[in-house]
Design a protein around this ligand. Structure first.
Ligand code: CTP
Length: 405
């Protein structure tokens, strides 16, 4: 998904002394698979948890641990290595970052190789703090994390869950896919946290309209576009609720997730949740029709079924109360795309519609890429090239931000 973003990017990966340090091996490997160059810097405590040899082998680079050469004969010409490394990087990620290192960065300490590089860094910095629950929730830690945020440093908050101590709570290093998504967002140049204090309701996936206990009418939507919209909105600071039809996509634990099956269930969930949200993005492929009645028992072949009577579903987008809401719809078209999208924009009284032209193999259902065109209420239109659905989601969010700010 993020190959184009990471290709040939130079990433410094800082690793500190926390039980989650072993995950740095997987992170290094994933970044390398995405095409990035990776240089690892460890604190001495990190070497208690994972061997530098593991990380130098996976990164194909020497691991930096010491500020000074260990002997007079070792690399005497490397006097400005910390400046060279800091200037080399397109991005520095510290994962996991202990509360000790968070505190040091917050106060400008440069007492080891890792913190020295941080002070010299010109590239963006992504810090992923991790600790046991009480250490993480500690008021001083929280103040230090806030200090980093105030300095414009990107923070990926720890996740809730089982901790190494056996306690449960906030403090886990986020899943690696989320760290990589957050890094991709920074590398793609999107404005960080521009959706802070916004509440966004997103629908995704298909709806299934049951015929009998084993069969349904569905469509080929995978949900990918809506899930990327939800993930990108979260990374950009929004409070996100995702209402999803059946989909095999994964979502971050911080996104409020509501599973629905039918258009009717989706309508109820949207109407219930819209009141407390500022923005609605309807990317779900809602079925227009459902069987008039759901047959209680499995329909047998000998019944010689030749037709199913259908009933029209409500149009959720057209019928929601849009007062004080910014409402975005999608139009998936195989022909007369622009004309049909304009009609939907007007008839459903939308602020914006995203046209998805289903002509190319790089666009539409179950692909990882999309080609979109955005049409706004004020008549403005914008064409985008084929991009990953992650970047398409971010382009849509940037257009929303431009209009609502
Ligand atoms: N939509 C909806 N409720 C429905 C059908 C569609 O809210 N019952 C929403 C979709 O989520 C999408 C927009 O309306 O944001 C357009 O959906 P689309 O299927 O392209 O349009 P329809 O109005 O159903 O028209 P048609 O199927 O004839 O193209």
């Amino acid at each position: 998904m993020h190959n184009k973003i990471f290709k040939n990017k130079k990433i410094l990966l800082g690793v500190t002394g926390c039980i989650a340090a072993y995950k740095a091996a997987f992170l290094t490997r994933d970044l390398k698979i995405l095409g990035a160059e990776v240089k690892v810097i460890m604190t001495t405590s990190a070497t208690e948890f994972i061997s530098p040899l593991t990380l130098s082998t996976l990164s194909e680079n020497t691991v930096i641990i010491n500020t000074f050469p260990l002997s007079n004969n070792e690399n005497p010409e490397m006097g400005t290595w910390h400046i060279d490394s800091a200037l080399w990087a397109d991005l520095m990620i510290i994962a996991p970052c202990t509360i000790n290192t968070v505190a040091k960065i917050a106060h400008g300490f440069a007492d080891n190789a890792l913190t020295t590089i941080v002070t010299a860094l010109r590239s963006p910095l992504l810090v992923c703090p991790a600790a046991d629950v009480d250490m993480y929730n500690n008021k001083i830690t929280q103040k230090n994390i806030q200090t980093l945020k105030d300095f414009g440093i990107n923070i990926l908050d720890a996740e809730e869950g089982e901790l190494a101590s056996g306690l449960k709570g906030k403090g886990r290093l986020p899943e690696l896919n989320k760290i990589i998504d957050a890094a991709a967002l920074i590398l793609s140049g999107s404005k960080k946290k521009d959706l802070t204090n916004k509440k966004i309701l997103i629908t995704a996936g298909p709806t299934y309209e049951d015929i009998d206990p084993v069969r349904f009418i569905g469509n080929r939507s995978s949900g990918k576009m809506g899930y990327w919209l939800a993930k990108a909105s979260y990374l950009r600071g929004a409070d996100v609720t995702l209402i999803s039809g059946p989909s095999s996509e994964n979502i971050y634990p911080e996104v409020n997730y509501i599973y629905v099956r039918s258009a009717d269930e989706m309508e109820k969930a949207v109407k219930q949740n819209l009141k407390t949200n500022d923005i609605l993005i309807m990317s779900a492929a809602v079925a227009d029709y459902r069987p008039q009645k759901i047959v209680k028992n499995k329909i047998k072949k000998e019944n010689k079924l030749s037709s199913i009577k259908l009933k029209e579903n409500n149009d959720i987008l057209a019928s929601v109360d849009k007062k004080d809401k910014y409402v975005v719809g999608f139009a998936l078209e195989t022909e007369n795309g622009i004309a049909n999208a304009k009609k939907k924009l007007k008839n459903k009284d939308l602020d914006m519609i995203v046209l998805n032209v289903l002509k190319s193999k790089q666009s539409g259902f179950d692909t990882d890429t999309n080609k979109i065109k955005i049409l706004k209420k004020n008549g403005n239109t914008k064409d985008f090239p084929v991009t990953s659905k992650f970047l398409a989601a971010n382009n849509i969010l940037s257009e929303i931000v431009k209009t609502i700010k």
